[in-house]
Design a protein around this ligand. Structure first.
Ligand SMILES: Cc1cc2nc3c(=O)[nH]c(=O)nc-3n(C[C@H](O)[C@H](O)[C@H](O)COP(=O)(O)OP(=O)(O)OC[C@H]3O[C@@H](n4cnc5c(N)ncnc54)[C@H](O)[C@@H]3O)c2cc1C
Length: 449
């Protein structure tokens, strides 16, 4: 007996980011009698496509057209503004669904591990990205860039996105869905000197070629790159692990060889540099670095207004009784969640960044979700799980607690309001930036209909 033998296959998907939507879409396609409860912490769906992808990359957000189609499907019930472990327990969700898929992403930032807690002016990537993307989880956060000298730690695409947004000409940003707060701040207090600092050499960065090519080509920004071959060509060559890394290195070499021009704003890309100490110094932030050289390591320091760490994301456990987190991801075997003894937990699955850790693109989430759904539909044990109620049981439970659920109709209303507000300002949308305002927009809609 598999899911194919059930009259209704109740599945809960927790997390309405790309992985959650791709998993829901694959289930609807392969198992037309599936009914899906899509549970999302924030009032708005789409996860990091809405709150991560940079505002100046609107074409990447077109995938939401597909997600919207899935969300509108009558077999999907969207529970927005509903957080697992806060509004519902995992036992409640497991008891009411044949399968539960955790697609919650990896919301926590990795730290630099140099005892930088409590340093004023030190920010995490999620805060900065949330600030410019109007993420309600960061609606009270305002970074201060002072005279505009900023260090960004990390040599991956998130660090590059942050650097590009902070250095972009304001007219490039003003036609995007960037938050008003970030736009105003960057207009009045621009970032002028940005140091992009990485631990390893230029052959071992985690940038992708289009992202680094765009970064070294921002109009009005002078680019200064540590000599990519400073350690000697051999060291750099041995670092290269893929064709992607090779292409990135070529772009860096090309940019390093360009004639220097003195411009108002500067981007300096530094390799093989590790933070030793980050501390406050007379209202500024002092970053002490150890830089690996052929002859050993030398020390240098940078006095700046702010430091941003963009060195990856992960999950921090424990989440629920026996669930465990390993290397920033939920412990699982091909998507089947296992307990701390390595035993599969019946009916519990995971996908996307929650399952693999914070790596891979939106496209990777799609292939991961397809594989997981195949595994679930082939599982012989699911149909024997007693699962009663599905989405109706969750609705009853949440109503009993007086919880305000945002359903997909409410979200479409919020979406309409944002687009209208944006159009009035010549922008694709003006995102509503607090959960309370989103709930208000949804309430207005509910009372009018
Ligand atoms: C800053 C940044 C920029 C990026 N830019 C690009 C890019 O340009 N191109 C690209 O291809 N990829 C990009 N990525 C990667 C891409 O965003 C990820 O591959 C993808 O979003 C991962 O999808 P996910 O569904 O696994 O996780 P997420 O997108 O994080 O979605 C998880 C969802 O789960 C919800 N959730 C979390 N906990 C709970 C809970 N307890 N209860 C209910 N819901 C919960 C969250 O609110 C969220 O909506 C970027 C990532 C970041 C961080």
């Amino acid at each position: 007996m598999t899911a194919q033998d059930l009259a209704v296959f109740n599945v809960a998907v927790v997390g309405a980011g790309p992985s959650g939507f791709y998993a829901a879409g694959a289930l609807l396609r392969r198992c037309p009698w599936a009914e899906i409860s899509l549970i999302e912490r924030t009032p708005a769906p789409y996860g990091l496509v809405r709150y991560g992808v940079a505002p100046d990359h609107p074409s990447l957000k077109l995938v939401t057209t597909l997600y919207e189609k899935i969300g509108r499907d009558p077999r999907v019930t969207f529970f927005g503004n509903t957080q697992l472990w806060r509004d519902l327990t995992i036992s409640e969700v497991l008891a009411t669904h044949h399968a539960v898929i955790l697609a919650t992403g990896t919301p926590q930032d990795r730290t630099l591990g140099v005892g930088d807690q409590g340093v004023t002016g030190l920010y995490r990537a999620s805060q900065i990205v949330g600030w410019y993307n109007s993420d309600p989880s960061h609606s009270n956060f305002t970074p201060r860039f002072g005279a505009g000298r900023v260090c960004v730690f990390g040599h991956g695409n998130v660090a590059a996105d942050i650097a590009r947004i902070l250095l972009a000409p304001i007219e490039r940003l003003s036609g995007t869905d960037i938050s008003d707060r970030a736009l105003t701040a960057l207009q009045h207090k621009p970032v002028r000197d940005l140091y992009l600092i990485g631990r390893r050499g230029p052959g071992a960065t985690r940038f992708t070629p289009p992202v680094i090519a765009e970064l070294v080509d921002i109009p009005g920004v002078e680019v200064v790159i540590d000599d990519p071959d400073e350690q000697g060509d051999d060291d750099t060559q041995t670092e290269i692990s893929s064709n992607v890394a090779k292409d990135v290195l070529e772009i860096l070499r090309g940019a390093a060889q360009r004639p220097r021009r003195s411009l108002d704003r500067r981007l300096r890309i530094m390799f093989r540099s590790r933070p030793k100490v980050i501390r406050n110094d007379n209202g500024l932030v002092c970053v002490e670095l150890a830089r690996d050289r052929r002859s050993g390591s030398d020390a240098s320091s940078i006095l700046c207004d702010a430091v941003i760490t963009a060195t990856g994301f992960g999950l921090v456990g424990p989440l629920w009784n026996s669930l465990q987190v390993i290397d920033g991801a939920l412990s699982n075997r091909s998507g089947q969640v296992v307990d701390r003894h390595g035993h599969p937990i019946s009916g519990l699955y995971t996908v996307g960044w929650a399952a693999r850790g914070a790596s891979g693109t939106i496209g990777t989430c799609r292939s991961d979700a397809e594989r997981l759904v195949q595994l679930i539909l082939g599982s012989a044990s699911l149909s024997t799980r007693s699962a009663t109620g599905g989405h109706s049981a969750l609705t009853r439970k949440l109503q009993k607690n007086g919880h305000h659920v945002i359903n997909f109709e409410h979200w479409l209303q919020i979406d309409r309001v944002e687009r209208e507000l944006g159009a009035a300002a010549g922008r694709p949308r003006a995102k509503i930036s607090t959960a309370a305002q989103m709930l208000e927009a949804a309430r207005t809609f509910a009372s009018e209909n």
